[in-house]
Ligand binder design. Structure first.
Ligand code: HXC
Length: 271
């Protein structure tokens, strides 16, 4: 027992928040590779039932098998985030099976380096459609089947949302839109007890995004030297942040983009 700071009455110390997700239902778009698959694993080991959705059926099957082998309850369905009806069908399948969604993750992403003067309009549109419209589609399809109050919506943004990069105009524009979408939806859905947040991962080793943006050791070294922390992140860094944002420890956090990026947006720290 300790004394209450206001009135001096004895009280117990406050407990640390629990990261136990036992029985919670998690719907994940893009949960079958890279960062998102690690988040799926983290949520599963914390006790959640995890439903994954991505474009390729074989990747969905592989992730469901991985999670089931580890003892988790898991299922999935293939759908493209650009196909609203297909997402709705996946959300229905998840909610019909396990009940209202407690966590909704829109983690899908599309990216390739390309100069704006060379990129086709369709190339630009593809990234906007996957990253920005795709996040809207997943969240819009899930809002009517989620737990209220209590659901947590999460998307994966990027440093490109706030820091301009050459050859990334499509991603910068899309992710800036994602950040603003998070804030608008947090305002609209907060009153019914739904939190909406994002994570902005920096360079995360071993991901397709990193392989595309820094495909050789020379580029990796240049990139690393610019980072305040002088090292790339790993998938666990993002999974841990996602777990916290979806836990009761973050139950007063909404409309936030949590930067887990080793100082990327601080600027070039090489000098
Ligand atoms: C220029 C390109 C291109 C490239 C595709 N296009 N790749 N243009 N340079 N390297 C053009 C195509 O020619 C086409 O335009 C249009 O983009 C659509 O291409 P499709 O292949 O038909 O589309 P689709 O199959 O839907 O593929 C979408 C995609 C693709 C985004 C283009 O790369 C993809 O599926 N990516 C998903 C995986 C991914 O990108 N992971 C990395 C995410 S990492 P035309 O005019 O010919 O029709 C990330 C985080 C980065 O986002 C942050 C790191 C710090």
């Amino acid at each position: 027992m300790t004394a209450d700071e206001h009135n001096g009455t004895p009280r117990a110390l406050t407990p640390a928040p629990s990261y136990d997700l036992t029985g919670k239902v998690c719907f994940m778009a893009g949960g079958t590779s890279g960062i998102n698959q690690r988040i799926a694993e983290r949520f599963a080991t914390a006790g959640a039932k995890v439903f994954v959705m991505s474009r390729k059926p074989e990747k969905v099957e592989a992730t469901v098998a991985l999670l089931r082998e580890a003892g988790a309850e898991s299922d999935g369905q293939a759908a493209d985030v650009r196909d609203y009806q297909a997402i709705e069908a996946a959300v229905e399948a998840c909610a019909d099976r396990w009940g209202p969604l407690d966590m909704v993750l829109a983690g899908q992403a599309g990216n390739f380096p390309a100069g704006a003067a060379q990129m086709s309009a369709n190339a630009f549109k593809s990234v906007i459609d996957i990253d920005l419209l795709g996040t809207f589609n997943v969240f819009r399809a899930a809002i009517h089947r989620c737990r209220r109050p209590g659901a947590v919506f999460l998307t994966i943004s990027a440093p490109q949302a706030t820091r301009p990069y050459p050859y990334q105009s499509h991603v910068c524009a899309a992710k800036a839109g994602v950040n603003m979408l998070v804030k608008c939806l947090a305002m609209e859905w907060g009153p019914v007890g739904v939190r909406v947040n994002g994570i902005s991962p920096g360079p995360i080793d071993g991901t397709e995004g990193m392989d595309r943006l820094a495909p050789n050791e020379k580029m990796r070294e240049t990139y690393r030297k610019q980072l305040a922390l002088r090292t790339f992140g790993d998938r666990d860094d993002i999974a841990d942040a996602a777990l916290w944002l979806c836990s009761g420890g973050a139950d007063y956090v909404t409309g936030t983009i949590l930067e887990v990026e080793g100082g990327t947006t601080l600027g070039d720290a090489s000098s």
